[in-house]
Design a protein around this ligand. Structure first.
Ligand SMILES: [Zn+2]
Length: 385
């Protein structure tokens, strides 16, 4: 088990190259060259793990706390640098932080609570901490939140069935009179609001909204200093419930990232034949009703060809949908923003009914590896009252 504070002498700096799988990153260090390190975080972390990002590595430890461990990955990713501050990625560290702050009485609503034990099983689930407050049990689940921007923090950054199940089970426990709380720890003090990420995980967000009256929702922001120690500030974040109820519906706009494996000419209905280059295309659309169904339709390979995009999706490799749920139809604004950072696709593609030149854009590198693309996404997703 990792203990805070970390021994600074053991920390080494690395530059992120790629993430071959969910729990592995490839990086480069001055002394050891290219190496693979263990990443103890199941999140997507797209906007943090961009090529060139600075990482903090630590020797991988045995479960007993000894190192170096005999594991194949001799180093573990602890944190990533963003805007001059480290953002901790090691999820066990977040549990440590929760314990420390509870013991110091620094979490609003959990003052006078005492940690009884960690990793507590109840029913089919295991929760992070069992607390005792005013002589009563309180089950606490701790979530680490690294997705933030525009003063807003959102969780989760990838669909989490486990997270949703935890909310449902804690809410059910409340029916039996058992108290519980979910502590969301945001690793940056530059935020004011906390929301479930209803763009990415609509089901988790729905469960979050429903659980409101039965589970204590405690979002806080902490700060890390450049030497990887916890700063003194603990800030309570606001959940804008009314705003959530208004915006969190299954409607809005979406991006569809399409990978084209080889350059080819395709006939796009009445738009005629166009050449599509090897690389990545981003399509912008909207559905002010049933956004989820629309996106699902795009992902189906075999269907009746109706929209321009249908002619393209029949021939693409990987497709990644990025919903942007909102009460506003933002698709043309999003197209305008993408035009400033990407190349234009065929004129008139997906824009027969609007003044835009096109709703299809091209990039020879994966847009998910480009900071400017994440800034556009953030601009439309991370909105607040
Ligand atoms: Zn348009």
């Amino acid at each position: 088990m990792i203990q805070l504070p970390l021994n600074r002498d053991n920390v080494i700096q690395a530059v992120f190259l790629e993430r071959p799988n969910r729990f592995l990153v490839r990086c480069i260090t001055d002394e050891r060259g290219v190496l693979d390190a263990y990443l103890p975080n199941p999140g997507r972390l797209w906007e943090l793990l961009l090529p060139g990002a600075s990482l903090y590595l630590y020797p991988t430890m045995d479960p007993e706390g000894a190192f170096p461990s005999q594991r194949k990955t001799r180093f573990t990713v602890m944190a990533v640098q963003r805007e001059e501050s480290p953002i901790f990625l090691h999820t066990h560290i977040t549990n440590q932080v929760a314990r420390t702050l509870i013991e110091k009485g620094e979490i609003p609503s959990l003052e006078h609570a005492r940690v009884v034990r960690g990793e507590v099983t109840r029913g089919r689930s295991r929760f992070d901490l069992l607390l005792e407050q005013d002589g009563k049990d309180l089950y606490l689940e701790v979530k680490s939140c690294t997705l933030f921007g525009n003063g807003v923090a959102m969780f989760p950054d990838a669909v989490t069935q486990r997270g949703r199940r935890h909310l449902l089970e804690l809410a059910e426990m409340a029916n039996a009179g058992i108290r519980s709380a979910v502590l969301f720890i945001v690793h940056s003090p530059k935020v004011t609001w906390f929301m479930p990420d209803f763009h990415t995980d609509y089901d988790f967000s729905t469960a979050f909204l429903k659980a409101r009256d039965r589970i204590m929702i405690l979002p806080i922001a902490i700060q890390w200093t450049p030497d990887l120690t916890l700063g003194p500030e603990v800030k309570s974040l606001e959940v804008p419930w009314d705003y959530l109820r208004a915006e969190m519906r299954d409607r809005g706009s979406y991006l569809l990232i399409l990978k084209i494996d080889r350059t080819m000419a395709l006939e796009i209905g009445r738009l005629g034949t166009h050449t599509f280059s090897k690389g990545y295309y981003v399509y912008v659309g909207s559905a002010m009703r049933n956004l989820r169904t629309r996106v699902k339709r795009h992902l189906q390979r075999r269907k009746k060809l109706h929209w321009h995009i249908d002619y393209l999706t029949a021939h693409t490799g990987e497709m990644i949908p990025l919903p942007i749920r909102s009460s506003r139809r933002d698709e043309c604004e999003i197209a305008k923003a993408l035009l400033s950072i990407m190349q234009m696709g065929p004129s008139g593609f997906g824009s027969s009914d609007c003044p835009c030149q096109t709703h299809l854009f091209f990039s020879d590198t994966n847009p998910l590896h480009i900071r400017a693309f994440h800034d556009v996404l953030k601009g439309f997703r991370m909105t607040h009252p």
